[in-house]
Design a protein around this ligand. Structure first.
Ligand code: IMP
Ligand code: MG
Length: 179
């Protein structure tokens, strides 16, 4: 089903809560992998979170590297296909390095599992994860996130980079839509 263009998503996590939490998460990234983290951000959903996380890392004196991957997502539906296709791959040489996967939502865990396996196959010594949102109720893949911003219930959320059929990414807060 396509989203109702007039729908205004009901706020779940405010702009202020996001900013405050992302600052804490930046410190957690440094505690986890040190002051020169290599971030692998998953497009498109994580772009806004990644931008804020990167600025916070800079503020605390870290020297992060940033690369992007894009993997197939839900399209216009709201149910995971369970299949992950790489549409854009990283360019950084990660052999022997610790990398941190940065994503918007940990849902079934299929995406994080597939991306982690891929980064390990490229020679990363360690693959960690920093997820803005976690829906633990929906997990099917065997993955445990290292850093989580907010645990949320099983609802379809949008905003702060996260879309529904490419809508609502521009919202400064995370909200819930009626499907
Ligand atoms: P997973 O592979 O099932 O863990 O799904 C992770 C990806 O599914 C996230 O990076 C999102 O792109 C997408 N996703 C999961 N839940 C939602 C949601 O509530 N709103 C929008 N996208 C979602
Ligand atoms: Mg995504």
């Amino acid at each position: 089903m396509a989203p109702d263009p007039n729908q205004i998503p009901a706020p779940m996590i405010t702009e202020e809560q996001l900013q405050e939490r992302v600052a804490v998460m930046a410190r957690q990234v440094v505690d986890l992998v040190g002051p020169q983290p290599i971030l692998v951000s998953l497009l498109k959903g994580a772009f806004m979170f990644t931008a804020d996380l990167l600025r916070e890392l800079g503020r605390i004196g870290a020297k992060p590297h940033l690369d992007f991957m894009r993997v197939s997502s839900y399209g216009s539906g709201t149910v995971s296909s369970g299949q992950v296709e790489v549409l854009l791959d990283i360019k950084e040489d990660i052999r022997g390095k610790s990398v941190v996967v940065v994503d918007d939502i940990l849902d079934t865990g299929n995406t994080l599992k597939a991306v982690s396996d891929l980064l390990k196959s490229k020679g990363a010594s360690q693959v960690r994860s920093c997820m803005l949102l976690d829906k633990p109720a929906r997990r099917t893949a065997d993955v445990t996130p290292d850093i989580v911003g907010f645990e949320i219930p099983d609802a379809f959320v949008v905003g702060y980079g996260i879309d529904w059929d490419n809508r609502f990414r521009e919202l400064p807060y995370v909200g819930v839509v009626k499907e």
